[in-house]
Write a protein that binds this ligand. Structure first.
Ligand SMILES: C[S@@+](CC[C@H](N)C(=O)[O-])C[C@H]1O[C@@H](n2cnc3c(N)ncnc32)[C@H](O)[C@@H]1O
Length: 249
């Protein structure tokens, strides 16, 4: 299934990927050589990586690694972190969370490591493929928290919420792509590439409306610190450069 009619980058499959049993994602045009322009995916013995033809030769691309310790580092802030406070994890330590904007999976994995039971949805085929690959590779040495993140769904979340009225979640989490923030420093590569690949999510109001019908406790929306809320929130939790807007059910 391809939930969004997006132009997909081509896929280069290295010979060593087959011998390492790397799962080759479907739905991408396979080419022998990287294109001269734009993004492409490469499947190799290391897994699936997103590359950009214009990136410097030393650039190693973008790959999701769930075993590199970054999830544990992000979860180390524990229940004091702005994310954990926004979800109310001190009072309700093990909520059922639906992450409707999985992206690179950082928040989904962190929430699972903080004790939430997480189901995630991602609609962009490239990000979904990178996530699936990372989750499959993580099975080689599964961290404890991976069991708390059993499902990743390829769909548009607003549609999935409308089509799946019977699934119950305490919290629905939304972290959409907003306009690139105006900042002096160059954004991190992952963020810059995400903006180029995915663009801005302009349909977040519909997602919030459907999320509010589903969440039995609250919806949490991640925003830039100074962004205008999508709708007036009931509560806010401030982080360093970000803010969480909370909509109680
Ligand atoms: C800012 S990124 C999320 C980053 C993520 N929280 C993380 O920790 O890596 C937003 C992602 O949500 C996805 N997205 C936005 N709206 C969506 C929707 N309605 N359904 C599914 N995915 C959506 C975009 O494709 C993009 O990958």
């Amino acid at each position: 299934m391809n939930p969004l009619p997006v132009d997909l980058p081509p896929l280069v499959v290295d010979d060593d990927s087959a011998s390492e049993g790397v799962a080759i994602p479907t739905g991408f045009e396979t080419v022998a050589q990287p294109p001269e322009d734009g993004f492409y995916l490469r499947a190799s013995a290391d897994g699936l990586t997103l590359h950009h033809a214009q990136a410097p030769a030393r650039d190693r691309g973008l790959r999701i690694d769930l075993l590199d310790g970054s999830v544990e580092r992000r979860a180390a802030g524990g229940r004091q972190s702005p994310l954990a406070r926004a979800l109310g994890l001190r009072r309700h330590p093990r909520p059922r969370v639906l992450d409707t904007t999985c992206g690179l999976g950082r928040d989904s994995a962190t929430l699972a490591a903080l004790g939430c039971s997480v189901v995630s949805i991602e609609r962009h085929a490239v990000l979904f493929a990178l996530l699936e690959d990372a989750r499959a590779r993580a099975q080689s040495a599964p961290p404890n928290w991976l069991a708390a993140w059993p499902r990743l769904i390829h769909d548009d979340s607003a549609r999935w919420l409308a089509d799946t009225p019977d699934e119950e979640f305490d919290i629905v989490y939304i972290d959409p792509m907003f306009d690139a923030p105006r900042r002096k420093a160059r954004p991190q590569k992952a963020l810059a590439w995400m903006h180029e690949l995915v663009g801005t999510d302009t349909d977040v109001s519909l997602l919030l409306e459907r999320a509010r019908r589903t969440a039995t406790r609250q919806v949490v929306v991640k925003q830039h610190a100074r962004a205008t809320p999508i709708a007036p929130p009931d509560r806010q939790v401030e982080g360093k450069a970000i803010r969480f807007d909370i909509y109680l059910s």
